[in-house]
Design a protein around this ligand. Structure first.
Ligand SMILES: Nc1ncnc2c1ncn2[C@@H]1O[C@H](COP(=O)(O)OP(=O)(O)OP(=O)(O)O)[C@@H](O)[C@H]1O
Ligand SMILES: [Mg+2]
Length: 384
């Protein structure tokens, strides 16, 4: 079964599309695809684009002018933009984004308290879900800036890369998970003493909470528990706005102005992941533009089948003085053709399950993609 072709240029040219999100399993090419789409939108379609990248490889970051992590967009040098087009790029600094949110929403004293707390470091840099949460937060900020800008300034397209999570679903789930952690029962227990304030707590707190904190004091020690409590209590005061913002961004993702692209490698795991994600987007009524099948292998000499090539290699190898280079080339070709067939079988299994999802295939290039010309080449392949 063949899938409908994904017309990337039609999506990029559509002024109604203002946010594109590249999701997918780890290592499939989300960052590369985001950068390539953003570049093409500026160079071919005259769009004013900002691309939010997350953990780009060092050489790619350099060619986008992202040598330093400053958490705000900068113009990319070397872009040959069409018309009014331009390309800005930024790299997400998770910790700084977290700091910005706290500063914007807590009183200065509360903010100081939070920053100084030893647990803040842990939450803002390594808590599972923080990166996804902050990516959403940054997207919300960029979006506000884009639409708040005067005509002719700002951006008319935001391309969003997503964090290198194990699962594509993490981008949608992690903010909520972090949210329910911050909002959960553990937090209620921990904040109870701070809420009623200082010593008075001892008198007021219920037996349940009391025994829970009692256990925690034993396990964690009094000082650590106090740190945790004051931290969580301080964070609690900013949390309402936190959650409201994440919810707004989530709703924005459901608007028709958003286009999700699911990136997958032609491998069983990545495609299974892609399937889950496609179903999830449908359940949540989030607009899916299509699937990008990245790093597809094929041999240019596709008229020579794998079996014939392999058989010929065998036969030549049996000769008295075998032409080893020819034999080697035939075998490489046969392997490539088999791999291609396997990849196509996996792709058509996906298409069988999701016949209405448009697909674009991108060849595996010989080299890693780390500069504008590499990105242009990916853009060409994306456009078919
Ligand atoms: N079509 C392609 N041909 C050749 N190399 C590619 C292609 N697409 C991506 N790559 C390379 O594969 C590597 C991984 O790509 P990329 O960083 O875009 O993946 P990712 O999905 O963002 O990974 P992570 O989940 O870690 O964020 C990079 O070195 C990139 O240059
Ligand atoms: Mg990446």
């Amino acid at each position: 079964m063949s899938a409908p072709a994904l017309d990337i240029d039609a999506v990029l040219a559509d002024r109604a599309v203002q946010v594109m999100v590249c999701c997918g399993a780890g290592g499939v090419g989300k960052t590369t695809t985001s950068a390539a789409l953003a570049l093409r939108a500026a160079e071919r379609h005259g769009r004013r684009v900002v691309v939010l990248t997350i953990d780009p490889a060092r050489r790619l970051a350099q060619s986008l002018g992202l040598a330093e992590l400053d958490n705000s967009p900068r113009p990319v040098v070397g872009v040959e933009a069409a018309g009014e087009g331009r390309l800005d790029a930024m790299m997400l600094d998770m910790k700084r984004t977290f700091d910005e949110v706290i500063s914007a929403h807590a009183s200065p004293e509360k903010a100081e308290q939070i920053f100084a707390n030893p647990f803040y470091q842990a939450l803002s840099t390594s808590f599972a879900g923080t990166q996804e949460y902050m990516a959403m937060e940054k997207l919300g900020q960029l979006r506000a800036r884009a639409s708040g800008a005067r005509a002719g300034q700002g951006w008319d397209l935001i391309v969003v890369d997503t964090p290198p999570s194990r699962s594509a679903l993490d981008f949608l789930d992690a903010p909520q998970r972090l949210g329910s952690f911050l909002d959960g029962r553990l937090i209620r227990v921990l904040t109870a003493p701070a809420r009623v304030g200082g010593r008075a707590y001892l008198k007021v707190v219920s037996a349940a909470v009391g025994s829970a904190t009692g256990v925690m004091t034993k396990v964690l020690g009094a000082q650590v528990l106090r740190d945790l409590q004051t931290f969580v209590a301080a964070l609690d005061t900013v949390f309402g706005s936190f959650r409201a913002r994440a919810e707004r961004t989530y709703e924005m993702l459901q608007q028709p102005g958003t286009a999700f692209l699911v990136i997958a490698a032609p491998e069983a795991d990545a495609l299974r992941e892609a399937s889950y994600f496609v179903e999830r987007l449908r359940d949540e009524r989030m607009p899916l533009a299509g699937l990008v099948l990245n790093r597809v292998h094929r041999s240019a000499a596709s008229h020579l089948g794998a079996e014939r090539a392999a058989a010929a290699a065998e036969e030549l190898d049996d000769a008295e003085d075998p032409p080893s280079l020819t034999v080697g080339l035939l075998r490489v070709h046969a392997d490539l053709m088999r791999r291609h067939r396997r990849e196509q079988a996996l792709a058509s299994r996906f298409t069988g399950a999701h016949p209405d999802v448009a697909v674009a295939e991108v060849d595996a290039l010989a080299e890693d993609v780390h500069d504008l010309s590499g990105l242009r080449e990916i853009g060409e392949r994306l456009a078919g």
